[in-house]
Design a binder for this molecule. Structure first.
Ligand code: FAD
Length: 91
């Protein structure tokens, strides 16, 4: 297991990957499990892409009584955050 490295290229024909330190690794089978990132909305500022503990802390700070906060994305995470925010800003 290697931490702190990012794979920067994959060569399926050669069965090899290269990381950001320039090291090459060969494989028999390759599993890509690189997660997902939120879609960015271009030309906008002040949007929190809710992913990290810092994001949580920032939103928690903003969630004062009477605050108006828009949640974009009504999936599982967006719905859960919206429900929590309603509780926080309605106090
Ligand atoms: C705010 C929030 C709350 C959530 N709450 C829940 C919950 O309560 N219950 C639940 O079941 N799920 C929850 N989820 C969802 C859950 O976190 C994800 O579904 C899960 O982490 C996805 O796992 P994964 O292994 O596919 O990706 P990740 O956990 O994102 O792992 C991908 C890994 O690949 C690494 N990586 C990416 N690109 C490269 C590369 N080129 N080279 C090397 N490494 C790379 C990344 O650094 C990361 O370590 C939540 C997500 C968020 C954002």
């Amino acid at each position: 297991m290697l931490t702190g490295r990012t794979v920067v290229s994959v060569d399926p024909a050669e069965h090899s990957v290269v990381d950001d330190a320039g090291e090459s690794y060969r494989y028999e089978r390759l599993l890509l499990a690189t997660g997902a990132t939120p879609r960015r909305i271009p030309n906008t500022e002040g949007i929190v892409y809710f992913r990290t503990l810092e994001d949580y802390r920032y939103v928690r700070e903003q969630a004062v009584a009477g605050a108006r906060i828009v949640v974009i994305g009504g999936g599982f995470i967006g719905s859960e955050i919206a429900a929590a925010l309603v509780g926080a800003v309605a106090r």
